[in-house]
Design a protein around this ligand. Structure first.
Ligand SMILES: [Zn+2]
Length: 265
């Protein structure tokens, strides 16, 4: 498997592709103005879609649940990691079930945490194997990332532990991402609100932003580990979690897994 493409190089390459499209458009501008407009428009649409997790151009994603119910969902990306057990402790204490978009690489390091997720009624979902950006990858690469993570989860917690829900790293998707997900039998997920807990703004800020975001149907994005630094904890997120669960209760919202929020496909 190719080494993971990080966020910076992916953005750089997207900028170069955009520049090439502008050059191609300019070269056509005099003789074929309609072609020039089409090239520029297609590049613009593709560029915007790739970096917008909810944009449907590269496939529809689950990013919100029913707004007329009393349910919402909290989701965790990039784990399991050193903070996952503490996150699971808080969820158990609060009686809340969540969805964990795990990385295969992290599952290999912390298999017991995945067993615990399953035993305690949480949903395990796929975030790819190594957190590499998928915008410029083909469908086979995407499928391989999903399959490898499935294998890691199966080794850790059994063949049925992984649900068929996939969230691309950073939510960034390219033309082949949906095809790869479909090939592997997955539905794509995004989120309603991210509170930037990975920037570590303090537990109180994470709790306040989350409270402001919680409403019927909200899918909240949090992190129980770091996609690029496998050993790094997410202590502030763990510290904020009890308050987030209490905020949901104050709003009469039940926090559930994504499968429970979205219902049968
Ligand atoms: Zn991630």
């Amino acid at each position: 498997m190719k080494p993971p493409m990080r966020k910076g190089p992916a953005v750089h390459r997207a900028a170069w592709v955009g520049a090439a499209a502008v050059a191609a458009s300019a070269s056509q501008a005099r003789r074929r103005p309609a072609a020039a407009v089409a090239i520029a428009a297609a590049a613009g649409v593709a560029g915007l879609a790739a970096f917008r997790p909810r944009n449907p151009v590269f496939g529809r994603t689950l990013w919100h649940g029913p707004a007329d119910g009393r349910r919402a969902a909290i989701t965790f990306d990039d784990g399991p990691g050193p903070s996952t057990d503490e996150v699971l402790d808080v969820l158990a204490r609060e009686g809340v079930r969540a969805t964990f978009f795990v990385l295969g690489r992290q599952v290999d390091r912390h298999p017991a945490a995945v067993r615990r997720m399953v035993a305690e009624g949480h949903q395990v979902a796929n975030h790819g194997y190594d957190h590499g950006i998928l915008i410029f990858r083909g469908p086979r690469h995407v499928r391989d990332q999903l399959r490898r993570t499935e294998e890691s989860v199966a080794r850790a917690a059994g063949a049925d532990a992984m649900s068929r829900l996939f969230r691309a790293p950073h939510g960034f998707r390219g033309p082949a991402t949906a095809a790869g997900a479909l090939l592997a039998g997955y539905r794509m997920a995004a989120w309603t609100t991210g509170v930037f807990d990975s920037a570590e703004p303090g537990a109180a800020t994470i709790a306040r932003r989350s409270a402001e975001a919680l409403a019927p149907g909200t899918i909240l994005l949090l992190h129980d580990a770091d996609g690029w630094a496998p050993g790094r904890p997410r202590q502030q997120t763990a510290d904020a979690l009890g308050e987030i669960c209490r905020s949901a209760r104050e709003r009469d919202l039940e926090l559930v897994t994504l499968d429970a929020l979205s219902g049968p496909r």
